[in-house]
Design a protein around this ligand. Structure first.
Ligand code: SF4
Length: 445
């Protein structure tokens, strides 16, 4: 449960020594309550205070790590219901399920391992491969797990079977890889708990939430603390309902048995329904989402949606202010100016690359706002653009003093020419980024 600043203050030394960098203990307590400071910054906090405040400040949803090394995937640590309250912390993981007796297993493992999507300068891919015991044979299951371990070292593993003996065989093949074991039910949990302890993360599954809570308590009682909760939703309505209840009880009521990440099997015969189910899970609190196969169109949508949900709405994504050189630029290459909102930069840079016209892109720091928003906020003005261009030193690298302004702020062209002075010419560019290739090619011809 989150503590107030006053409650935290009661446990601090109250000497106002300022060693933490704040003028008073109360000011420090308020920052701690807002999670903008760490208790470690107070060198005088007693051991009792550290124990109490440390436990109280632990996130209500436990941090759980599936996989090891480059395949490690961190889930949980969430503290809020809504992303406008505070950033969602750890993005959900997408798993592709493969049958252990699939004749095309090697090729599918390679496809999953190689699948990468570039979004705003970062590579994203599939997080987990779920090996499904379709054969009912321990040796076949073990061989499939080994293939995933060797063929997709950057992807984590889910071992999926109802049979404890098959799961145990899979655990042997994934030794040291800290797989996710799916899963424990009221029928098999007693057999599974000793096998997974200290080796794996365990999915506990029950459609009845009371039963699910009992399974989680039983696992913790046996020393298995890294859990994922699967309330077995049969459709989107049940998914939203059950995941919301679990999240709300964990965060608002500090109900410990539900303080874990969650699991959603989104597989469906209709790929579009599957995509919709996975999207619902991404938005509403599913931490691991299982898909039936790798489809690029489905993953593209999910990864982009996840990026939206798990970015901090209070911190615009930004790139550094500088003049980026795209392609083999020379003195005659065009010069475009834009703002440092990451999405703006990557879209404009992408369209310049598409044009195949080497171009200098001057990106001005406007605290991560898009062109129109920055202009409306008075951060992308003629004076500020001129100041940036002069300080950038780009003038010494170009033969023609000409700058292309985004079409949406054409109103600035006259003032910018005045502010730049010295013979600079301002050209109004396209409004939309997708018109940039045509615009650049026309000018180059
Ligand atoms: S360092 Fe600790 S004791 Fe000193 S002012 Fe900060 S909170 Fe108070």
């Amino acid at each position: 449960m989150a503590l107030s600043g006053i409650e935290i203050f009661k446990h601090l030394p109250k000497t106002n020594c300022k060693d933490c960098g704040f003028p008073t203990c109360l000011a420090f307590a308020m920052k701690l309550a807002a999670k903008q400071a760490s208790l470690e910054d107070c060198p005088h906090a007693s051991e009792e205070a550290k124990a109490f405040l440390g436990a109280a400040s632990a996130p209500p949803v436990r941090k759980v790590v599936i996989g090891a090394g480059e395949a490690a995937c961190t889930l949980g640590e969430e503290t809020v219901m809504f992303r406008h309250d505070k950033k969602f912390v750890n993005p959900c993981a997408y798993a592709i399920e493969l049958a252990d007796n699939d004749p095309g297993l090697d090729q599918k493992i390679k496809q999953i391992a190689d699948f990468k999507v570039d979004r705003v300068g970062e590579d994203y891919g599939v997080n987990l491969i779920a090996v499904r015991d379709a054969s009912g044979d321990g040796a076949t299951f073990t061989a499939a797990v080994k293939k995933v371990v060797e063929g997709a070292p950057s992807v984590g593993i889910v071992l999926a079977s109802e049979k404890p003996e098959i799961l145990q065989a899979g655990l042997g093949a994934a030794d040291g890889k800290r797989p996710l074991v799916q899963g424990a039910t009221p029928e098999n949990i007693d057999q599974l708990l000793p096998a997974v302890k200290d080796k794996a993360v365990l999915v506990v599954s029950a459609s009845n939430l009371d039963t699910l809570a009992e399974l989680a308590e039983k696992a913790v009682g046996a020393g298995v603390n890294d859990l994922i909760l699967d309330p077995l939703p049969a459709n989107a309505r049940e998914a939203v309902e059950r995941f919301t209840i679990i999240r709300r009880l964990a965060i608002k009521k500090n109900f410990k048995p539900f303080g874990y990440p969650t699991f959603m099997d989104a597989r469906h015969d209709d790929p579009q329904v599957e995509g919709a189910l996975a999207t619902v899970g991404t938005m509403k609190y599913a931490s691991v989402i299982v898909l039936s196969e790798l489809r690029a169109w489905e993953m593209l949508g999910l990864l982009t949606g996840r990026l939206n949900i798990y970015t901090d709405p209070q911190k615009p994504m930004q790139v550094d202010q500088k003049v980026y050189e795209i392609g083999n630029v020379n003195g005659d290459s065009p010069l475009i100016v834009t703002t440092n909102f990451a999405l703006t930069y990557f879209i404009v840079a992408g369209e310049i690359e598409n044009s195949k016209v080497a171009t200098r892109l001057a990106v001005q720091d406007v605290e991560g706002l898009s062109v129109l928003t920055a202009w409306a906020a008075g951060k992308f003005t003629a004076s500020k653009i001129a100041e940036f261009i002069k300080e950038s030193g780009v003038e010494s690298k170009i033969n023609r003093k000409e700058i292309i302004l985004p079409g949406y702020v054409s109103v600035l062209s006259g003032a910018l020419e005045d502010k730049l002075g010295g013979g600079w010419k301002v050209v109004v560019g396209p409004r939309e980024a997708n018109q940039i290739p045509q615009f650049l090619k026309a000018r180059a011809s």
